[in-house]
Design a binder for this molecule. Structure first.
Ligand SMILES: [Zn+2]
Length: 376
């Protein structure tokens, strides 16, 4: 006999909601929340489906946040079970989005259902924030909803994002912040010419090499107790006309920094521009400030979650800030406590993505316990 959480997960995986298509996932959830008395607001923006569903108006406001979109399947024939069939094999639901993050979404919906129907909801209010654009550009998703909430001064106090944070076993890792991400597209100009007449040209590749060597050896900071040291990685380098006898006119270099709050974006930019000057480079540079770092210090929300996890699993969860960026970056600047906790992330974005049925049932109980502690 399948649990409510597993049944809902299967329903969600069967909807082929590749970013930014929601394919009815939020409508399905809306119907269930409406029965509980939630006030529903769809907040579509730029082709993205967003849902804000709230129960109650008192403070504090506790929000479960997540996304209904999934990344593409890759070659469907490479899957051991069709990626949108949601078959159960060895107590695991197999399907695109099962772990990232329809498992978390199903667990939060059933946790809310049990919490509300049991009459345990005594204090504050409760909301769900769902978007169909977390895996894509994310401009019209959570960011757009948060913008509307801020305009009408609707303040989120606690936010739990159901992203798959667990690593080895359910409950081992809670993310309580994320590093910042700063991208750069750099073009170094030279003068094109014949390789046999280098005095008439200026080789941008030769100029770039010592510069890039120094760039990759800058020590930005040491990190701190919550963040690893800032790191810079070059992802793309392009130069050359294809001909073997031509010095090219320019070289393009793309790099990205994942940075801790010990370093500022202003410091990073000025250090790199200074290095360009020291190497007397003619450059143009485009920055992509895609995520600022954030941290939620241990407190009410982390305590409630750690308590729930140890009660349900016996595990003492550790807090860390590893991984890529997440929608938490849009919610944290409002002053909310924001953390992420969900299923094991070992198969996310992979062929045969899967989540354990046992784990999402436990996850749902953990979410319910957090609600009881904060709003009971
Ligand atoms: Zn995700």
């Amino acid at each position: 006999m399948q649990s409510e959480t597993v049944s809902l997960l299967i329903e969600l995986v069967k909807r082929e909601s590749v970013t930014p298509d929601d394919k009815g996932c939020q409508a399905l959830i809306s119907k269930r929340l409406e029965k509980l008395g939630f006030v529903l607001e769809s907040m579509p923006s730029g082709g993205v489906t967003n849902l804000w569903a709230r129960l109650g108006s008192a403070a504090p406001l506790m929000v479960f946040a997540g996304h209904t979109d999934v990344v593409p399947t890759g070659n469907p024939n490479a899957w051991s079970s069709p990626p949108f069939a949601a078959n159960i094999v060895d107590d695991h639901v197999i399907g695109r989005g099962a772990a990232d993050m329809k498992g978390g979404v199903a667990a939060m919906v059933t946790a809310v259902e049990r919490f509300v129907t049991s009459g345990a909801h005594q204090n504050g209010s409760l909301a769900l924030l769902l978007t169909s654009d977390e895996e894509g550009p994310a401009t019209h998703g959570t960011q757009a909803v948060v913008h509307q909430l801020q305009q009408r001064q609707e303040q989120i106090d606690y936010c739990l994002i159901g992203e798959p944070s667990s690593t080895e076993q359910l409950g081992d890792v809670i993310r309580h912040g994320r590093r910042g991400s700063l991208g750069a597209s750099l073009v170094i100009q030279g003068v094109q010419g014949h390789v046999a007449y280098p005095h008439l040209a200026d080789n941008p590749i030769h100029r770039a090499l010592p510069f890039l060597h120094e760039l990759t050896h800058i020590e930005w900071d040491q990190g701190n107790e919550h963040f690893p040291p800032t790191s810079l990685q070059i992802s793309n380098v392009q130069a050359g006309t294809g001909a073997t006898n031509v010095i090219p006119s320019d070289i393009r270099v793309e790099f990205n920094l994942r940075y801790s709050p010990e370093t500022t974006i202003v410091h990073i930019k000025s250090t790199i521009l200074q290095l360009c000057n020291q190497h007397t480079l003619k450059t143009t540079i485009d920055w992509n400030d895609s995520a600022r770092p954030f941290i939620t210090n241990p407190g009410t929300l982390t305590d409630a979650l750690q308590h729930a996890i140890s009660h349900e699993t016996g595990i003492r969860a550790t807090l860390n800030t590893a991984g890529g960026t997440s929608d938490g970056r849009f919610i944290a600047p409002t002053g909310a406590q924001v953390i992420e906790f969900g299923p094991i992330n070992a198969t996310i974005h992979q062929i045969d993505e899967r989540v354990s049925c046992t784990d999402i049932n436990t996850l749902s109980r953990i979410y319910e316990s957090v609600l009881r502690q904060l709003l009971g």
